[in-house]
Design a protein around this ligand. Sequence first.
Ligand code: PEP
Ligand code: MG
Length: 565
Amino acid sequence: MYKGIAGSEGIGIGKVVIIEEHEVVIDDRTISDTEAEINRVREGIEKFVADTTAMADKMEATVGAKDADILRGHIMLLQDPTIEEQIVDLINNEKVNAEKALDQVLEQTAELFSQIPDELLQQRATDLRDIKGRILKILLGIEEQDISDVPEGTVLVARDLTPSMTAGIIPEKIAGVLTEVGGRTSHSAILARAMEIPAVLSIEAICSQVKNGDTVVLNGTTGEAIVNPDEETIAVYEKMLEDYRKERELLKQYTGKPTVSKDGTKVELVCNIGKPEDAKKAVECDGEGIGLFRTEFLFMDRDAIPTEEEQFEAYKSVAETMAEKPVIIRTLDIGGDKEIPYLGLEKEENPFLGFRAIRFCLQRRDIYETQLRALVRASAFGRIKVMIPLVTGVDELRQVKAIVADIMKEYDAAGVEYNKKLQIGVMMETPAACLMADVLAKEADFFSIGTNDLTGYTMAVDRGNAKVAYLYSAYNPAVLRAIKRIIECGKQEGIMVGMCGEAAADPKLIPLLLAFGLDEFSVSATSVLRTRKNISENDSAQCRELADKVMQCTTEEEVLNILTK
Ligand code: PEP
Ligand code: MG
């Protein structure tokens, strides 16, 4: 039996498909046979056109003509004769290889498009970078695995589950996921939960322990997986799968009910999402809104920054899907464990303490303003609120408010509609923000506690480092004090305080959070009904009694002793 981290709940039984990862590395060498390189480029382009046509035909049959047309547009873009001419000239004149020539010409063309202040032309830049990546893979002989093509009942085994992989996943076909890296709050876990696929993460060298076609059973709730189990074990897992489905069936009775404690205290129960499409899932699972839309996923699944128009459409679609319900959209939170290769960020010694989230955005105003412009415009279409990640002081909040105020002024002059009362809130996930919570609460419209990072930064522990993982615990009295303080400071100023970190769905912590007065719980869509049930089983007076005891504890062990009784 393999033991890993329980990344996404549920029982999976299926056959292994290993997903290989390949990096595109361009060899920078001088060549002598220019004709051969030119032929390689031509053949590469031909194969791209043939593959893309086949993909578009398939897409038209399954997804629809609109998406297929985007791919056909890619072929037309590439058939512009000047592109091939430039590549041929470059190879002849500078004796560079096919990959280098293609990379340079397409990048230059994309750059030209991206500088023209026209949304459609900027989209062409994104398309060109997409095309570039795919032809380079053809030239380098890198086979792209089509995840959408795997058979039903597949258990995907990969080093990591990246956002670009998940784009191709058809959840109904995937019985489970096993990875070599990632913790409960890693993005692999978050993505797997969003798709309701059971996942066990961080199993050392699992890719080399299994073969394609092996049978695997896995338990995403306990973090266990067995390769090629005997008949008896398979029968046990089949029974577990049946029980799990029954429990989900039982939870359905909480659908459409308000989220209230046993004594009738009402709280809000909203969802965390990563992609605009996840909003539908949030509605299906009866979420009362969106408490965290991680917008970095819009930036990840591609080769270039999404344009203002693309972002606007994404934010607007979530707002419209959620209709009258609140939608908290977090501005770009990159850095740390969330990389965006095309931004070309330098490698840092301590990425979690480095140039990330709001720090990056305030220095890359071009990128940030584009996002804020899209958000302000989209605010006309629903109950959007904006949230700033990794805040450490009130100056960051003021700077964001100033940028938003300028955008609004410009929109006023141009007659562009937006919500004049657009709320701007702070994600409370650093010890600095916690210590300054009284000050921040006076200027922020709301707080949302990001316990994933707050735990890491409070305990000074890297969430992915197994050696110190024992310290990464929201039950630690230090983290509980931080949470309590943030809620108290928010309440003092009368602003809403929510929680969008994983702790919000933890049944052991729910009584404490209710006692502290948390207003909003933001959880993955699949946890909505169970969280509603947990909340309904708690009585406010008893929660307060429990919290009094817990807050006197001096160690995590003491806390857990009380909470697990
Ligand atoms: C958090 O830090 O708790 C959080 C919700 O944000 P993320 O996991 O995206 O860093
Ligand atoms: Mg965070």
